[in-house]
Design a binder for this molecule. Structure first.
Ligand code: ASP
Length: 581
């Protein structure tokens, strides 16, 4: 139905008669001439209806409305001088229509395609209209290119692509499962996978050595801006590897995706810091390094302090930490706001010290000894105009609040270099955390992650055991995470013991994996990346919904199809399910 795509018509076509098909994007009537921007997936070309070319076509063109689907034939001409549009690739030519067909009509649209529509519900209900906009099409073309970059990269590097089941058993990511009832096994349910974790480990045991999958995953969690109940993960597993191997392969993949979407190379390798260092300096395990603010330990400086608040902190074995904001002049009101902000974050109080005309000024100045002031000043390299913020409390709380306050300062005082991409590996995560609710240790990553040292005869604080686990962070957002796994049954059983997962429970839930571990499992490890998040960030978009073709709302509904919905009694009966509401 066409000789060429609309967006590809160019100067070389001048003089040719072409057949084009597409949608009416805009229509303008100018002194007897009717102009239409005809749009298809490649872009827009201007077509003109003139009574001098075809009286009949020009007359019928009067009926054409927005989003009508047309097939036109006409001669490509150079646009008259002064009427070119150098902003678009086809802007120097136009097509003078001699004949056309209306292939379909359109009712008036619920929103304009060439204006921003702020009602997201409307956009999602008519996602196919929203998707006709060039800027939305751009996103999904980029998404398609990113799939290709990922596939090409892994296939080139000896990986095999697999699909793993969607109807499966509960996987160990620790979120709530979505479940599917089994008609053939009444009362039994499949779980939709939170990740292909167990299958990818099984594939290593099956000898495939390197696996990847662009996998759909499902987690029934409360939704936030960067979360969806179903999302896409780039899932990877490798055999006979250590942490560095997985990291190197991952960096190569990120490099390929970055090159594809941004058209330039990223600097490799990425910076690596340990979890402890991240918490210590930035108060978070996903620090944003696009700006230069970090916490500094001051506790030791105040070990002989007379200042009541610090003294109490020291008695309670807490921490005193400071952060310097440089080169910004803050009013008294700014400082008061900063105090309020930290209070809202849970701080008892925030102390500020300012270097003014060579002297440290602060509401607490009179309580500080000269040598304390000197040491603070020297440790933080305080110069004229700098402001030091100090928090004193339980260490974890200081880290947490200072971490959030750091982000507040960055936003408030415009410290973030928004145009750059700062990738960062965080390694040596703690293996365990303690669940007050369940009164037991739980795996921080998942229970198949290998510890850095054997847990078997471990003496001491279990919370200090580190895991062979790593996260990839981009601009303060976690975009990937993985670990080296335990590949021996005895290690795995030790871990379950520590996690208070009984033998029955372990064999009920992961029996197939445990059995496989005893049948020649190679050492292996892997990682998974949030594909949607990566796209969102590299394309500079605010919500993950912008990069998912048919996303769900915050309440987990699809506005296009109306899912979830009730099902017929007959279906429920077949499944032997009774609902209570
Ligand atoms: N399955 C893990 C996740 O989805 C990633 C991994 O350990 O490879 O977070």
């Amino acid at each position: 139905m066409r000789d060429k795509y609309c967006g590809l018509v160019c100067k070389d076509d001048i003089g040719k008669t072409l057949k084009l098909s597409g949608w009416v994007y805009r229509r303008r009537d100018h002194g007897g001439l009717i102009f239409v921007d005809l749009r298809d997936v490649t872009g827009i070309v201007q077509i003109a209806f003139s009574p001098d070319i075809s009286k009949e076509a020009h007359e019928r063109a009067g009926d054409i409305k927005q989003e009508y689907v047309l097939s036109v034939s006409g001669k490509v001409e150079k646009r008259p001088e002064g009427t070119e549009n150098f902003e678009i690739p086809t802007g120097e030519v136009e097509v003078l229509v001699d004949a056309f067909d209306i292939l379909n009509i359109s009712k008036p649209l619920p929103f304009q395609l060439d204006e921003e529509e702020t009602n997201e519900s409307l956009r999602l209900k008519y996602r196919y209209l929203d998707m006709r906009r060039p800027e939305v099409q751009h996103v999904f073309k980029e998404r398609s290119s990113a799939y290709k970059a990922v596939r090409d990269y892994f296939l080139k590097n000896g990986f095999y692509e697999f699909e793993t089941p969607l109807f499966t058993k509960s996987t160990p990511e620790g979120a709530r499962d979505f479940v599917v009832p089994s008609r053939l096994n009444p009362g039994m349910f499949y779980a939709l996978p939170q990740s292909p974790q167990l299958f990818k480990q099984i594939l290593m045991i099956a000898g495939f050595d390197r696996y990847f999958q662009i996998a759909r995953c499902f987690r029934d969690e409360d939704l936030r801006a960067d979360r969806q109940p179903e999302f896409t993960q780039i899932d990877v597993e490798m055999s006979f590897v250590g942490i560095d191997d997985v990291i190197t392969i991952s960096e190569g993949m990120m490099g390929a995706v970055y090159q594809t979407l941004k058209g330039e190379q990223i600097d490799l390798p990425f910076t690596r810091i340990t979890y402890d260092e991240a918490m210590d300096k930035y108060g978070t395990d996903k620090p944003d390094l696009r700006f230069d603010l970090s916490m500094v330990e001051l506790t030791d400086i105040f070990n002989k302090t007379k200042f009541e608040i610090f003294r109490k902190t020291l008695e309670e074995k807490g921490a005193i930490k400071g952060m310097v904001l440089r080169g910004k002049s803050l009013s008294r009101k700014d400082l008061d706001t900063a105090i309020d902000v930290t209070k809202e974050m849970g701080a008892g109080g925030l102390i500020w010290i300012r270097m003014e005309q060579g002297v440290l000024q602060s509401p607490i100045a009179k309580y500080l000894k000269d040598n304390e002031k000197e040491m603070v000043s020297a440790r933080l390299n305080v110069v004229e105009g700098d402001i030091v913020f100090i928090l004193a409390d339980v260490r974890d709380k200081v880290n947490e609040i200072m971490g959030k306050f750091r982000l507040y300062l960055a936003e408030r005082f415009d410290l973030i270099r928004k145009e750059i991409f700062k990738f960062l590996w965080v390694v040596d995560f703690p293996l365990l955390e303690y669940s007050e609710e369940e009164k037991r240790y739980v795996a921080r990553h998942h229970p198949f992650t290998s510890p850095k040292e054997s847990v078997k005869n471990f003496k001491g604080d279990y919370l200090t055991i580190k895991a062979k686990a790593y996260d990839l962070v981009l601009n303060g957002v976690e975009i990937g995470g993985g670990s080296i796994r335990m590949h021996r049954m005895d290690e795995q059983m030790e871990m379950f013991k520590l996690l208070k997962i009984s033998e029955e429970e372990a064999s009920e839930k992961f029996g197939f994996l445990l059995e496989a571990l005893e049948l020649g499992a190679p050492p292996h490890g892997g990682i998974a990346f949030g594909f949607d998040r990566i796209l969102m960030m590299l394309l500079g978009l605010k919500s993950i919904r912008e990069v998912i073709p048919f996303p769900k709302t915050q309440k987990g509904t699809c506005l296009l199809t109306g899912a979830p919905s009730k099902i017929a009694h007959k279906q429920l009966n077949e499944l032997k399910i009774k609902t209570t509401n």
